[in-house]
Ligand binder design. Structure first.
Ligand code: RIB
Length: 332
């Protein structure tokens, strides 16, 4: 499929000149208009907007998410949908359940529907897949979780610094033996938070790796991790959970055992989902600007869909996290 760049090259003008002629927003000499029209005919080029008008469908963005049962992702989706509606785009949401095969089948379905752009929160996105999407001229913005070295636009938060912020806060309120409930280590965000915790505490005399237990980023995982940790270390007085879901599960398990939060054990989560404000005690957390990340991803993908430039630039947009102190660590 020819692109606006191919037309510009054949006509001997810039992409901007072709764009001005298509959108009729600026001067284009008669000679250039003639050459551009001939090039379009020769290449069978259909401008994006004319093609869309022809098939009378709004441009469409897909958001591929790993777990829509986790409010972090549904809050992201909210922001993406709001921006798409403001900009006249349709938003498709695909839930991959963290399954590679589901992601691949969604990609095939989206290709068949000539999706205009994809926002991808995945563990399995490979450089080969990114290269293939670029060859197909389908722009991709990756959200939250993938390794930095992949050639794409990546929007994420600073997980490592956020984890250290959580540990420092627990130490500042007087905790002297802090455990960590970690997410699946095949997910880079969980790895970075575990590394942030461990690098902070490994020099303390009380530290031992058995102070870390898996919670799978799930509510029941947080509950199970508390049972494991208290069997190993009944004297812990602080827990940093790698996401709010696991922290909420931890609160439930501590409550069941009659352990008072924060008096006996203080608990800090990570994400800043709205649920953290509603539960009792309200959860202290390291908040990701979830809505802002979704907005930024949607605006970035729409800008890439509407621009003719090559899109394989590697760009990491890292958004800061913030500590939100609530009752689960308030010991004043
Ligand atoms: O709660 C789900 C987690 O998966 C979030 O922390 C988010 O960062 C993603 O990695």
């Amino acid at each position: 499929m020819s692109t606006i760049k191919d037309v510009a090259q054949l006509a001997g003008v810039s992409v901007a000149t072709v764009s001005r002629m298509i959108n009729q927003n600026g001067y284009v000499s008669e000679g250039a208009q003639k050459r551009i029209a001939e090039a379009m005919t020769q290449l069978g080029y259909e401008p994006l907007n004319r093609r869309r008008l022809a098939d009378l469908s709004m441009p469409t963005i897909a958001l591929i998410l790993p777990d829509i049962t986790n409010p972090f992702f549904s809050e992201l989706a909210r922001a993406v949908e709001d921006v798409c509606q403001q900009r006249g785009y349709t938003a498709f949401f695909c839930n991959s359940d963290n399954q590679d095969y589901k992601e691949k089948s969604y990609l095939e379905a989206l290709r068949k529907r000539r999706i205009d752009g994809i926002i991808y929160a995945s563990n399995y996105l490979t450089q080969d897949e990114l290269d293939k999407l670029e060859r197909e001229k389908i722009p991709v913005v990756v959200l939250d979780r993938t390794s930095d070295e992949q050639k794409c636009t990546l929007i994420r938060c600073n997980n490592y610094a956020g984890a250290q912020m959580a540990v420092k806060h627990l130490l500042d309120i007087g905790c002297r033996k802090i455990a960590h409930i970690y997410g699946p280590q095949e997910i880079v965000t969980a790895q970075e938070r575990l590394n942030g915790y461990e690098d902070f505490v490994k020099s303390f005399s009380w530290y031992t790796p058995s102070l870390m237990a898996p919670g799978h980023f799930q509510l029941d995982g947080g509950m199970q991790a508390v049972e494991t940790l208290l069997l190993r270390h009944p004297d812990i007085d602080g827990i940093f959970a790698g996401n709010d879901f696991m922290a909420i599960g931890a609160l439930k398990a501590l409550h069941r055992r009659g352990i008072r939060v924060p008096e006996n054990i203080a608990v800090c989560g990570f994400d800043g989902i709205k649920l953290a404000e509603i539960i009792e005690p309200e959860l202290t957390t390291i908040a990701q600007p979830i809505y802002k990340m979704g907005e930024q991803a949607a605006r970035t993908i729409i800008q890439q869909v509407e621009s003719a430039e090559a899109r394989s630039q590697s760009e990491v947009i890292e958004i800061n996290v913030s500590l939100i102190t609530r009752d689960s660590t308030r010991r004043d």
